[in-house]
Design a protein around this ligand. Structure first.
Ligand code: MTE
Length: 313
């Protein structure tokens, strides 16, 4: 496992660039180029990732560049506020993120309720630059601040029968106008298998671009699972529960054929209504090939050994 490469000794954007500049400038990170910046995304190296099946053309790796703060904070999926990605920032601007507690329980030996400040004190955030690939076939590169979910789970001590982790978003109709929309089984819920949750790539994020998360990105605490479609990365978490059975999720309840529980980024398994072979990187004009497991195959493919990913999608 290459956690050290991902956590990286690379200079942080805020160490090499004044804040006013880096908040407005697209940073360039060359995939495959020598140097520390490339090491940040080294887990995404295309060769030998297992991304390509025999007989399939190898997708050409393209350089990854950070999306700007403006892009990341103004193009958001957050249905509790709106289906309009460009309206979420405005509609969520007064969302109260303090006080905030997260209940962590279920099949654990030490269930606990953490204040958000306790979490950042116990688990100091580190920077992780990850691709985010939405199931809708757009993508971004985001410099998150966060800590491994595994650290929190170890603190509550999973009990023997725990096999999955269930996550729940706040459900507050007074603050979230989208909750009035009919047809959605609120609250937003997501789930991971316990080994996926314990994988070092899986983080709970509290910030991005060196700043605390804004409401539109899931403040004060959201999940980030970079090898899965973005809908797994649930926002504004109030509850984390270890359970024995695969949990229901909002999207797999609404449309199980379209949004499976695993939701691993997979260019070879189309969504029933569109191809997943390529994506539109926000800020770019031409499409780029989608990489197996979003480019993180080297780190996560082993989690799915022996599974048929066209069945368990
Ligand atoms: N979490 C909640 N609670 N509600 C949502 O609508 N949308 C998901 C995910 N987490 C969503 C959510 C989807 S579809 C994506 S692509 C990402 O959040 C988008 O994260 P971003 O807006 O920070 O880029």
């Amino acid at each position: 496992m290459k956690t050290d490469r991902i956590q990286s000794a690379a200079p942080k954007p805020h160490e090499i660039t004044p804040k006013e500049v880096y908040l407005n400038r697209r940073q360039f990170l060359a995939l495959g180029a020598a140097g520390a910046a490339a090491a940040v995304l080294a887990a995404c190296a295309p060769a030998g990732t297992g991304a390509v099946q025999p007989g399939q053309p190898t997708p050409t790796p393209l350089p990854d560049e950070l999306n700007s703060f403006e892009e990341i904070t103004n193009y958001n999926n957050y249905y509790e506020f709106s289906l309009d990605k460009q309206a979420v920032a405005v509609l969520s601007k007064d969302f109260r993120t303090s006080p905030w507690t997260v209940e962590v329980g279920g099949l654990v030996n030490r269930p606990q309720t953490f204040g958000i400040e306790d979490l950042t004190r116990l688990f100091p955030p580190e920077e992780r630059i990850y691709r985010l690939r939405c199931v809708e076939a757009w993508s971004m590169v985001i410099p998150w601040l966060g800590f491994p979910l595994a650290e929190l789970l170890k603190a509550v001590e999973p009990a023997g029968g725990a096999k999955y982790v269930r996550f729940v978003t706040l459900n507050d109709p007074d603050q979230m106008p989208g909750l009035d929309m009919p047809g959605y089984p609120w609250p937003y819920q997501e789930g991971l298998r316990l080994d996926e949750a314990m994988n070092p790539l899986t983080i709970l994020s509290t910030g991005l671009y060196g700043e605390p998360l804004l409401p539109q990105n899931g403040a004060p605490l959201r999940l980030v699972v970079p090898w899965k479609y973005g809908f797994k990365s649930i926002k504004s978490i109030v509850k984390i529960e270890l359970v024995e059975k695969e949990p229901e999720t909002l999207w797999s309840t609404i449309a199980p054929r379209e949004y499976g529980f695993y939701a691993n980024v997979n260019p070879e398994v189309s969504h029933p209504r569109w191809s997943q072979a390529s994506e539109r990187r926000i800020g770019e004009l031409s499409r780029r090939p989608t990489l197996m497991f979003n480019g993180y195959a080297e780190d996560v493919a082993g989690l799915y050994a022996g599974m048929d990913l066209s069945v368990d999608y």
